[in-house]
Unconditional design. Structure first.
Length: 290
């Protein structure tokens, strides 16, 4: 099924997530483009800081109501939701997950600090693991254990994102790293907001990387062997973000600059080819988490 609006949004984003869709057959690629476009649209509503908060809140309420309409079999008004609706029906995607995702996006309207890892991981679950739970339905999993895989991989990817974007978020007055963890490593909010790198910050960054590594390892351990082939796009995402995490570690966490670290195109191409080869040859071990 052709999804022109969704495909345009996906192609325009040039994101690592969209990159992974190259591994999918046409029908699943179209479904993931529609899901990604929905995620991109609601995220953009929350992030548009030039728009007053009440208006952003109202727009997200419209998206929630419209995706509920799509899930209930009605006529959605947003083109992205109309394009997503056939996949909602085909894969029985529940409104509860879309609602949870929007709740995560809404957290960015009100929350600029997280007190504990538990609070931050709830955010990670909502904005990343939930996307994974929706995605595995489109990919076509067979084992219920794949749900645990999606939750852990989502948290691993989001924590990698948070670590990479410390400086970029600080420029917007945001600190996602938990305040309790800042205190544990004697790092002040002012140091992060001012982009001050210290040995104490290095230790804080390493603790965050270790937390992400834990979730990569759990994703690696919980992916059922019978679902490895179906999860090839998710596995590519794991490989890309694992490589990004290792790059941050190897370069001593250059994350306080406003411009985030990225992988080069050749690095991404190599990961695509390696993931494809491993899938084609039936290699069982994920390409991350060790």
């Amino acid at each position: 099924m052709n999804s022109p609006v969704s495909e345009q949004i996906t192609q325009r984003s040039a994101s690592n997530l969209a990159l992974a869709f190259i591994m999918l057959p046409k029908e699943k690629r179209a479904g993931m483009s529609a899901l990604y476009a929905f995620c991109r649209e609601v995220d953009d509503v929350a992030d548009e800081e030039s728009v007053p908060l009440p208006e952003r809140r109202s727009r997200l309420a419209e998206w929630r109501a419209d995706i509920r309409t799509a899930c209930d079999g009605g006529q959605s008004k947003f083109p992205v939701n109309r394009e997503l609706q056939p996949y909602i029906v085909r894969h029985r995607l529940p409104f509860a997950l879309f609602d949870e995702l929007i709740r995560g996006v809404e957290m960015d309207l009100d929350v600029t600090r997280y007190a504990t890892w538990e609070e931050l991981e709830q955010y990670c679950y909502r904005v990343a693991s939930v996307v994974g739970l929706l995605s595995i339905e489109i990919f076509g999993h067979t084992s219920p254990a794949c749900h645990d895989y999606a939750v852990h991989l989502g948290k691993a990817l989001q924590l990698t994102n948070i670590l990479r974007d410390v400086g970029n978020d600080a420029a917007r007055g945001r600190i996602y790293l938990p305040l309790a963890e800042l205190r544990n490593h004697q790092v002040t909010e002012a140091e992060i907001l001012g982009g001050t790198f210290t040995p104490r910050f290095r230790n804080l960054a390493q603790a965050t990387a270790s937390r992400a590594r834990h979730h990569y390892a759990r994703a690696r351990a919980t992916l059922p062997p019978e679902d490895r082939k179906a999860m090839v796009a998710a596995e590519l995402m794991g490989a890309v973000y694992w490589r990004l995490l290792r790059k941050l570690e190897q370069n001593d966490f250059p994350v306080l600059a406003p411009t985030p670290t990225k992988l080069h195109k050749l690095q991404k191409l190599a990961l695509i080819l390696r993931t494809w080869y491993r899938s084609a040859t039936g290699a069982l071990a994920p390409n991350y988490g060790v």
